[in-house]
Write a protein that binds this ligand. Structure first.
Ligand code: ZN
Length: 467
């Protein structure tokens, strides 16, 4: 049997099984998984990748990413070039971005805009979710979007001033419509009216001088997220539509999701992001505190502990990054007013290392759970489970080879991201990809990016919301 590449001597980790085996690749697909494939293969022209002593895992699937996003008066600084290079170096081989219509744009125009940013540029595979910003106008476009391989739609419960906010009627209607169309609604769950009230109360020069970026925490107590999640879950229960809560950051949210699922509402899902598991809001009090502002913001150690527990028991089914990179110069736009901080941080390059080091090495997750929450479940729940997230015959040859213990000190100057800072600067992390393959092509070799622009393809998706 002639193969193009064989990964040999590694420990293959899938979400359901760990085994010693070789992986044989032909073209862009996994052609075989089994013992001694390298020994049997004709050596002529077959590239052998020796993974002795390493884990061989499916490439990470980061389902929550914003590349080159116009937001907060600027544009997020990792685009489809640097963002997908960062992904590859972090072992992430598929990402899903959010196409957002601006002003009077249709959903189709938003998708076209996002294709223009990505097609021919991306170095790893990608897909889009669509943001519904004007339900009454955009709802008629849902079937057409699903036909184009985009079955997941997000509504924002905040961001009224950006013109992005959805009200309860829009959420209820979208849940019903997507239930009938086989789609899934995603929500950014924060309670806008009380949030705006709290921001207004604290938005004065005296408090801004005194508390600085810490006002981000003061104005977003946990109930801001919890009330919104509770409300969205209520509409999901009533409609039986599929609901996926994005970037869940609180213990309270995890409790609500767990309770709903325990009561038989299996149509309710939630992800959290790596930063909510390892960073806490004491960082806002530091000199560079404003750099860490994201939306929602990082919370307390007790929230971290609860989210880890939810991740372990599967209540929190997936980990993403909400990558939305801003440089120091962009972050400096805040000038002491926390409401003007461009909100977001880089994450693609460090998702698997953070989750491996703080999850697996600290015994919070098993190796199989790590692969499940970062690769398999994200792929399945977003309708990519037929070709991504597993090392299995017939699947895309998206693979990361990681060393179990070798740690690399995070240094933004040596990274592919365009960020000139890192939330994890100086952290020693294991789990960076020694080798990454994207559809059979080596895009990271010996920890260095070696892929090329345009290799990544738009991947149409199937029915989401299935675990
Ligand atoms: Zn986001």
């Amino acid at each position: 049997m002639k193969y193009d590449t064989i990964i040999t001597n590694g420990t293959i980790v899938n979400a359901d099984r760990i085994r010693q085996a070789d992986v044989a690749i032909r073209g862009e697909k996994i052609a075989a998984v089994g013992r001694d494939l390298a020994a049997k293969a004709a050596a002529n022209g077959t590239r052998i990748i020796n993974a002795r002593g390493c884990y061989v895992i499916p490439g990470g699937v980061d389902v929550h990413v914003h590349l080159a996003l116009p937001f907060c008066g600027t544009v997020s600084s990792d685009d489809y070039n640097t963002g997908t290079r960062a992904a590859a170096r972090g072992g992430v081989t598929t990402l899903i971005d959010f196409a957002i219509p601006y002003g009077k744009e249709t959903l189709q125009q938003a998708v076209d805009n996002w294709h223009a940013k990505s097609d021919g540029i991306a170095c790893v595979d990608y897909s889009f979710h669509l943001c519904i910003t004007k339900w009454a106008k955009q709802k008629k476009e849902l079937p057409k979007m699903i036909d184009q391989g985009i079955p997941t739609f997000k509504q924002f419960m905040i961001y009224e001033s950006q013109g992005w906010q959805s009200d309860d009627a829009a959420m209820y209607g979208a849940l019903e419509a997507l239930r009938d169309l086989g789609g899934m609604l995603m929500v950014h769950a924060e309670s806008s009216r009380v949030l705006d009230e709290l921001i207004a109360r604290h938005h004065n020069p005296r408090e801004m001088r005194k508390y600085g970026a810490y006002l981000h925490t003061i104005t977003r107590p946990n109930f801001i997220e919890a009330e919104a999640i509770q409300r969205a879950v209520t509409w999901a229960k009533a409609t039986r539509g599929k609901l996926y809560v994005v970037h869940m950051s609180t213990a309270d949210g995890a409790n609500i999701i767990e309770q709903a699922r325990e009561h038989g509402y299996r149509n309710v899902f939630a992800e959290t992001c790596a930063q909510y598991l390892v960073l806490d809001d004491s960082l806002f009090a530091g000199k560079d505190g404003h750099l860490y502002a994201t939306c929602p913001q990082i919370k307390k150690p007790a929230d971290q502990a609860r989210l880890w527990r939810g991740l372990k028991n599967g209540t929190v089914c997936a980990v993403s990054t909400d990558t939305c990179t801003f440089t120091r110069k962009q972050k400096a736009m805040w000038k002491g007013d926390w409401t003007k901080i461009p909100m977001g941080m880089p994450g693609l390059e460090t998702m698997l290392p953070v989750m491996y080091t703080h999850g697996v090495l600290q015994n919070r997750l098993s190796m199989k759970q790590f692969v499940d929450r970062c690769c398999r479940t994200p792929a399945k729940i977003m309708g990519l489970g037929h070709r991504k997230g597993a090392i299995q015959k017939g699947y895309d040859a998206d693979i990361a080879v990681i060393h179990p213990t070798k740690k690399i000190k995070v240094d933004h100057r040596k990274m592919e991201t365009n960020a000139d800072w890192s939330p994890y600067q100086g952290w020693d992390l294991a789990g960076f990809a020694r080798t990454t393959l994207s559809r059979g092509k080596v895009v990271v070799d010996n920890y260095k990016f070696c892929g090329k622009n345009g290799w990544g393809r738009f991947i149409p998706r199937r029915t989401p919301g299935r675990l």
